[in-house]
Write a new protein. Structure first.
Length: 569
């Protein structure tokens, strides 16, 4: 009897297409009742089948088209909203587009005739089903219904808003709303901005005035993205409300101000560091979101290459010396140091940190937060730490000669010291310490390891694709044509899972400079950073650029990210 997929069961189709074998289907049929799933979903759960293969089999069996994922990047919100969100989530269906003969809808389970019939009644028009994978459908529903909710909430807030221009000498913002004062539009809008930022996993919120509107941007995975543009009339109210929440001076509009807000949302507790600075168009607000929850990183999840991990792991277990992590703001320095503390933490070791602010809470470790306004500076806090019988001390940042001097003294009296410093790479970190005012012989004697680091965006696993770089990109990345010919370059094309960025998550790249006798001698003799770099390279140091190239060769990141984040020496 000849095989016809339209008259076959899904298991037969999958076997005939070579996607699975009979034993895998039999195992899945036994287990599917335990999982409460259909056969195809059970095969995916067991790792025998991919979503794409299941869609191909359903296409052969049922004749429905498979959704073009590029279409999912730009759906019409009016069409999507034809199906209410609770119904769409419960029945795994979304409206895609309207055609002359009906509305095209995407379903994860196209065999559910009850859903097909009720969607037709709900929309009031004929429907044309298309096939979509469960993961893609969930991300698409999340993306578009979130946009619908956000748009309607912004419109609600803006609709209630009655802006009154204020005289330069007056310091009040007049807000009138149909609802109670607690639900005033500016309050609703600021709540929405902060809540959506937390949901998006943003590290920073930018609220900045433009000529015709206010631009709200979130920094997600190290890159800024615009999320909404309320009218410029709401900007003074947003700034004033932020100042009130941060306990700042509402009347002061000419000077920068810094404050903080402690928030508790349904999802998590967040510490918000607020910076307000005057610009020619008005005051700009930047909020840094610090998660007060449990620290979830370990050294193994940061992105270390095996050799670097071995070096770092060995040196953080030394009884004394200084370990410095360098890099710009937002390069993951604090995360690496806290992961190191977590690694060496035990009941026999007294670990104390002095930070500004305490970004991560670590159970079992004494953490001190500096407060400049009451005189609790790094210097004052560190001097008291010495009387607390520490074994390991983390100094949030070496900012000046006083802090650096205390760190050196700690290490020379038998303590292991961790700290951060703003510098471009590992060799320049050593010379920066000397520039701060520390004598070369003290730097050479106390320094054990300098590690420069950056965070690079990882390619989205859902839209990763082959890529052929241009000759200019190959040159900018410091590669020869011959080297490039041996590399399989990858790129994220952009999809609904990664919000069309082509990236999902970040990984670290590291430059580990171990202070060996040769480098120590160069430091003693006042050698420059080029001499230190050459000696470190001879000892086997991998530069940030080389570390980025390794990640690119593995298909973790793109050549464009390598060019953007590192410099070819």
């Amino acid at each position: 009897m000849s095989y016809n997929p339209q008259f076959a069961r899904i298991g037969e189709v999958l076997i005939n297409e070579g996607f699975v074998n009979e034993d895998q289907v039999k195992e899945s049929m036994i287990k599917q009742n335990n999982f409460g799933l259909k056969l195809g979903e059970t095969l995916i759960k067991l790792g025998y089948l991919t979503e794409r293969q299941l869609l191909t089999a359903l296409h052969l069996q049922l004749g429905y088209d498979i959704v073009d994922t590029t279409e999912l990047m730009d759906l019409d919100l009016e069409i999507v909203s034809l199906i209410p969100e609770p119904y769409a989530r419960e029945n795994r269906v979304i409206a895609l587009r309207e055609e002359a003969d009906g509305v095209v809808v995407a379903l994860a389970d196209p065999e559910n005739l009850t859903v097909l019939d009720s969607v037709k009644k709900l929309i009031g028009k004929p429907i044309k089903p298309e096939l979509i994978g469960d993961t893609t459908l969930n991300d698409t529903i999340e993306k578009y219904y979130k946009s619908i909710r956000t748009t309607s909430q912004v419109e609600d807030a803006v609709g209630d808003f009655d802006f009154v221009a204020v005289d330069e000498d007056e310091n009040e913002i007049t807000i009138s709303a149909s609802s109670s004062e607690a639900d005033a539009p500016v309050v609703k809008l600021l709540n929405l901005i902060i809540n959506e930022a937390i949901k998006a996993g943003a590290t920073d919120i930018h609220i900045e005035p433009l000529t015709k509107n206010t631009r709200i941007r979130y920094r997600v995975d190290g890159a800024l993205r615009e999320v909404m543009t309320p009218p410029i009339g709401m900007h003074p109210g947003l700034v004033s409300l932020t100042k009130v929440m941060s306990k700042l001076n509402i009347a002061e509009r000419r000077l920068p101000q810094d404050g903080h807000i402690s928030l508790k949302t349904a999802m998590k507790s967040v510490d918000v560091r607020v910076s307000i600075t005057p610009t020619v168009l008005g005051e700009k607000v930047v909020m840094r979101l610090l998660d007060k929850g449990e620290f979830g990183f370990t050294l193994s999840t940061l992105g270390f290459e095996e050799e670097d991990m071995e070096i770092f792991n060995k040196i953080i277990r030394r009884p004394y010396g200084i370990i410095i992590v360098s890099g710009p703001t937002g390069s993951g320095k604090s995360t690496s140091l806290h992961a190191a503390l977590k690694e060496i933490q035990d009941v026999e070791t007294n670990i104390i940190t002095v930070e500004d602010p305490v970004e991560y809470r670590l159970d079992g470790i004494t953490q001190i937060e500096t407060k400049e306004q009451i005189g609790l500076t790094f210097g004052v806090a560190l001097r008291s730490v010495l009387r607390q019988d520490p074994d390991v001390v983390l100094i949030g940042e070496i900012r000046d000669e006083e802090t650096a001097d205390i760190a050196i003294k700690f290490s020379l009296t038998g303590h292991l010291v961790f700290s951060t410093l703003h510098a471009n790479d590992a060799p320049s970190t050593v010379t920066r310490l000397i520039d701060i005012g520390i004598k070369p012989y003290l730097v050479g004697s106390s320094l054990s390891l300098v590690m420069a680091q950056r965070l690079m965006r990882k390619i989205c696993p859902y839209c990763i694709d082959d890529y052929q770089p241009t000759p200019q990109e190959i040159s900018d990345a410091g590669l020869t044509e011959e080297e490039a010919a041996t590399i399989k370059f990858k790129l994220g094309r952009g999809c609904v899972h990664c919000d069309n960025t082509g990236f999902a998550g970040r990984t670290g790249i590291f430059e580990c400079l171990t202070v060996n006798p040769e480098i120590r001698k160069i430091i003693y003799e006042g050698g420059n950073q080029d001499m230190i770099r050459d000696a470190a390279l001879r000892a086997g140091m991998r530069t940030l650029h080389d570390a980025a190239i390794v990640k690119m060769k593995r298909g973790i990141t793109t050549i464009r990210e390598v060019i953007k984040m590192t410099i070819v020496e």
